[in-house]
Write a new protein. Structure first.
Length: 191
């Protein structure tokens, strides 16, 4: 089942997280190379899920000051997890991808997110001050929509730590014969 979650090594989760991250990149590259039309459809649906999510967030009456504090994962005490389709969407729209060299997201520059329009559902849903029950419910609904998308396109569902995924970008580049910088902007489908 494409939407199924792969088991991770509960004794030592780091190697399992790295493996899942490499699988995400490998699956994204396989899809990108062989099924460009499907890649664009998946990216379009991720964009639609984000539009739905943004409308749901507006109804929660929460506010984000865009201060960037939550983007320093270690100091804020959390990790950002991303799904395979979101990673594909992000990769198609944000270049170049940079490794995480510290505890902050590399998209955070001068206290602002440089990838705000393409940020992950976890970034969209997280608020410094919000009703955690409502936020958790919204997160579950979003994940369900993403799993449905994976099932529809027979695209493996993975849920990986953003830092681990970014720090395995070299693996992606090793299976991707084209340089990240050479990826054509014309491949992006407007949304």
């Amino acid at each position: 089942m494409a939407g199924g979650i792969k088991q991770v090594n509960s004794i030592n989760p780091e190697p399992a997280a790295e493996l899942q991250s490499r699988e995400c990149w490998s699956e994204a590259e396989t899809l990108r190379k062989g099924k460009r039309a499907v890649t664009l459809k998946i990216c379009k649906q991720v964009s639609q899920i984000y539009d739905w999510l943004n409308s749901q967030i507006k109804s929660l009456d929460v506010d984000c000051s865009a201060c960037g504090k939550c983007c320093d994962f270690k100091s804020f005490g959390h990790k950002l997890f991303v799904t395979t389709p979101e990673l594909l969407y992000f990769y198609k729209n944000v270049k170049p991808l940079r490794k995480m060299t510290g505890s902050s997201c590399p998209c955070l520059e001068n206290g602002k997110c440089t990838a705000r329009d393409f940020r992950f559902s976890g970034c969209r849903i997280f608020f410094c001050k919000a009703d955690s029950e409502k936020i958790n419910e919204l997160s579950e609904q979003t994940i369900k929509k993403i799993k449905t998308l994976c099932d529809e396109f027979d695209f493996p569902y993975r849920y990986v730590d953003w830092a681990t995924a970014l720090n395995n970008i070299d693996f992606y580049n090793s299976v991707n014969p084209r340089s990240v910088a050479a990826e054509s902007v014309s491949e992006k489908e407007p949304h």
